[in-house]
Design a protein around this ligand. Sequence first.
Ligand SMILES: C[S@@+](CC[C@H](N)C(=O)[O-])C[C@H]1O[C@@H](n2cnc3c(N)ncnc32)[C@H](O)[C@@H]1O
Length: 341
Amino acid sequence: MSATWAWRTEQRTARLGRRSRCRNGRWGRVRKPRGRSALQKCRRHPRASSWIELRIKLSRPSLGPSLARPGPPLEAHMDNLQEFRDPVNYDLEELPGSADRIAFMCRRALRVAGPALDLGCGTGIVALPLAVMGLSVTGLDLSDAMVAHARHKAATLGVKASFSVQDMRCFDLQRTFRFITLTGHAFQALLTQSDQSMLLHAVARHLDDEGEFVFETRNPAGTDLASSAEEEPWFAYVNASGSEVQVSGTQSYDRTRQVLTWTTSRRWSTDGGPTLHRSDIACRFTEVQELDALLNAAGLRVKERYGAWDGRPFTSASEEIITVCERVRGPSVEVCATPPT
Ligand SMILES: C[S@@+](CC[C@H](N)C(=O)[O-])C[C@H]1O[C@@H](n2cnc3c(N)ncnc32)[C@H](O)[C@@H]1O
């Protein structure tokens, strides 16, 4: 998820000599894609004059046949959205560490210009600065609460941006974008290789031929993945009610699933006495080689890669894997070679 991650990591690394922790999503309802499926559309495609040509069109990511498939089950994700039930305090925790990340995304988006899509947009920490710069922006997130707050902030700022509540693994916006971003480590909210693959295929279908997809995921090799049951202090901030909140937590890593679960404790005092709130969040850690295989399989090619938001090149010890991708152009030979049935 977040830039705050970078901020927290720095603070924690300095204080504790350890690195880790993040937060992820609250899973709300999924709206079914409206209209005809991509497959139905392709069958009626006016320029699909033969089966072979139709198959070529079907093989293009922007018309990918998986739009016609039902979405993956949501139940497994419901618990992983606990950290996103309080968007106002989410912003208070996340915004202070987000400046470098926002600046990076703004530079990239301005370079390619054109419509931008922010996947897992949350409260619009990145989507709204892009809209303020004059780009046409769509934010997509599964959390009703986060999207409602993003809409409220857009109205308060007086900027135009549209938001959609959908599951990023199977979203369908019926159009393409010049710039697609997925940041705040939202990629890691997808806890299986198959979910991450579905997301990347959906991205490829929505990316312009000249477009860029920019996202980050924490580098497993640059992260302390050791399980630790002993609670450690992480950081403190002042919440929306003016109380100082002490944030601490534990972590537990499942090597087989490549999933790290953080349990966060937030403690603050009110007139009624001390309050403790606990929540869990799980994040998948993807090795760079696995990531590249997933990108290739989705028809995306790595253009540039960085290890930090200041533009440092990626090394095996980097904390972040920041990847800039473009779509591989042209139809897939494999599908074209399939005989018509
Ligand atoms: C840490 S937040 C990042 C928000 C924003 N990108 C930022 O940088 O602040 C992760 C976001 O991903 C969203 N999310 C998690 N799983 C999702 C899914 N399957 N589809 C869409 N959004 C999802 C969560 O609701 C949450 O808002």
